[in-house]
Design a protein around this ligand. Structure first.
Ligand code: SME
Length: 155
């Protein structure tokens, strides 16, 4: 297993391409879901230096906090609540350029200004979400969405 994370020079595409390859290598041979989520969160976080990178898992009628990197976060989010609960309900990725413009956004950190949430599906059902928060406005676009969806697909 790779023990060192390499961050590509250049733009987002290059960084994601190398990150994706490293995630594939790190996940190979490990079946435990928590271990996999933990290292995926750590690798995304270290590559881009986002404010918060982590997972919420569907547990009954709520999302419950999973492995993450960054500041203390809300532990439970209801179905359809906030960006995470909405991405779960709608079963689609949400890119939020300005969290203040998203009705019902849950501010786990007052530093968060923009966000992307990608649902994690297994056998067609949403079993969790990947949530990434940034201290800057308009951090995320379709490039982030495309790569984060690819990453979540190999979880
Ligand atoms: N902002 C999210 C809540 C999770 S934290 O940001 C880590 C939301 O509105 O769902």
């Amino acid at each position: 297993m790779a023990e060192v994370l390499y961050v590509a020079e250049g733009g987002k595409q290059e960084r994601y391409a190398l990150l994706y390859a490293q995630i594939q290598a790190v996940l190979r041979g490990e079946e435990d879901a928590v271990a996999r989520m933990a290292n995926v969160a750590a690798m995304i976080h270290a590559t881009f230096g986002f404010l918060w990178t982590g997972f919420y898992r569907v547990v009954g009628e709520e999302l419950v906090l999973g492995p993450f990197q960054g500041p203390l976060a809300c532990m439970r989010i209801g179905y359809g609540r906030g960006v995470c609960g909405t991405a779960w309900k709608e079963a689609k990725s949400l890119v939020v350029p300005d969290v203040e413009q998203f009705p019902g956004h849950i501010a786990c950190s007052s530093l968060s200004r923009s966000e992307i949430v990608v649902p994690w599906r297994r056998d067609g059902a949403v079993v969790g979400v990947l949530d990434v928060d940034s201290e800057a406005l308009e951090t995320f676009d379709e490039v982030d969405q495309e790569w984060l969806e690819k990453i979540v697909a190999i979880l």
